[in-house]
Design a protein around this ligand. Sequence first.
Ligand code: KIV
Length: 283
Amino acid sequence: MAKKGRLEFVKMKQAGEQVAWVTAYDFPTAQFVEAAGMDMILVGDSLGMIVLGYQGTIPVTMEDCIRHCQAVRRGAPNTFCVGDMPFLSYQISDEDAVRNAGRFLKEADMDCVKLEGGRRVITRIKAIVDAGILVIGHIGLTPQSSGPLGGFKAQGRDAASARDLIEDALEIEKAGAFALLLEAVPPELTQFLAKKLTIPVYSIGAGGPCDGQLLICGDMLGYFQAFTPKFVKKYANVAEIEINAFKEYVSDVKTGKFPTDDHVYHILKGKEDEFYAMLKEYE
Ligand code: KIV
């Protein structure tokens, strides 16, 4: 399947065709995601929680993100991939934001970057877009600001905070972002913005209808154990499968059921006598 680009995603919005995307952080997952025919992959800074074991996304560095983006690109060469800009990679200045956004393209072959925030990062979005880099805006529950937001809480649930998000969304579109991601806001607001904006509007925990849905792979596959947000649908219980497999392996090793003759490399045929003679020299 050919890799989709910006125009395909705009056409999908116009045709009312939903985009399915998911996060991935490593080579095998990226291979599976591409094999499943996913439209888009986000190499989220959620990697800090899902695969590095941090409590949040703040400690994640550019180096972490680039390394995981490279692995994902190797696994999914034909899927549109989005690199997520980590905390402090774009907060300091427009120049810094452009330099770091560019690294995702130059060093990890990403197709696009995503950054959190609305009007407060609008000059950053504009600067990155002006450098010729596709940008996805991300507003609502923005995990890098979970401290100031009072935790991982839904946003835009009253008129005043919904108005704030609408103003952010309008500015993000005006700044030239190619799409907007809404996280944990009411579906009524999502639907309103998907109709109001000409750019695609995607949801993670923001219901629909809009232009597509994103989930975190560790949540939907059931291997992220710390917590599961209300908006997640679990499609598998990988934790249970892995724990049971590891338990069975421990038991097989301890009881001598593993390895069997099927799992070993035998002496080359016709070389047995020479082999045993050599061992004898050491007895
Ligand atoms: O890092 C990530 O996975 C994200 C999602 C929560 C949208 O930014």
